[in-house]
Design a binder for this molecule. Structure first.
Ligand code: HEC
Length: 196
């Protein structure tokens, strides 16, 4: 009886080992990079992999100028309904057109200003405002320190204008920071200057 039992169990183990080896071989072979293909994979359920849509900065055969990004239609305004009224060189009009900072420098406003400053300005101006941010390390022009007399002497409206429209090679951030966020950044710069 015992002999019969062991005779039966040996093929069973062999089958398991055989299946394991086969599975291993399939996995190894299917990972073969020589079979790399540019073809689209076979899709059983395509979910939303392929959509009829235009991505920014991508070509398009739909429009005559073959660009997917469309120019802004003239009478449109941003979703918050406010477009910045001045151009980059108009800084002299900033005081009369922009006026005072409408926000109070509360803890929340300063925290928001710091958060936006560190996300959008620190790459160039550095988190301490002295310049030498990461982008400058890579060769971008060193911005002046925001803690220097010159920047301290700028009015709030002038700083707001620089953030909105830019100055020389610094680009404007009106498209990335709404009005309130720009004013929180002005408060945050003032708080850094006060601590210098
Ligand atoms: C791409 C790099 C870059 C970024 C990002 C950047 N700046 Fe600037 N910034 C500069 C440069 C360069 C100058 C000097 C421009 C010039 O030559 O007048 C400058 C000038 C300024 C000035 C004028 C300083 C002075 O004394 O004249 C202020 C204020 C300022 N930036 C604030 C900001 C704020 C606030 C942000 C974030 C919303 C920001 N910058 C983001 C590069 C940058």
């Amino acid at each position: 009886m015992e002999q019969e039992k062991s005779k039966k169990s040996i093929p069973f183990i062999k089958i398991i080992i055989g299946v394991a080896l086969l599975g291993f071989a399939v996995v190894v072979v299917s990972g073969n990079k020589m079979w790399y293909s540019e073809d689209r994979p076979i899709e059983i359920l395509s979910d939303m992999d392929n959509q009829f849509k235009a991505k920014p900065q991508v070509g398009s055969t739909f429009f005559a100028d073959r660009a997917a990004s469309r120019p802004v239609i003239e009478i449109t305004v941003p979703r918050d309904g406010i477009s910045y009224p001045l151009e980059k060189p108009d800084f002299e009009r900033a005081d009369s057109v922009i006026g005072q900072n409408p926000l109070q420098a509360s803890d929340f406003v300063l925290a928001r200003g710091q958060n936006r400053f560190e996300a959008l300005c620190a790459p160039c101006h550095n988190a301490d405002g002295k310049g030498n941010g990461k982008v400058v390390e890579k060769g971008f022009q060193n911005p002046p320190s925001l803690l220097d007399e010159h920047a301290v002497g700028l009015s709030d409206a002038h700083i707001f204008h620089i953030i909105s429209a830019g100055q020389n090679i610094m680009p404007g951030y009106a498209d990335k920071l709404n009005m309130n966020d720009r004013w929180t950044v002005v408060h945050y710069i003032r708080s850094m200057q006060a601590k210098r």
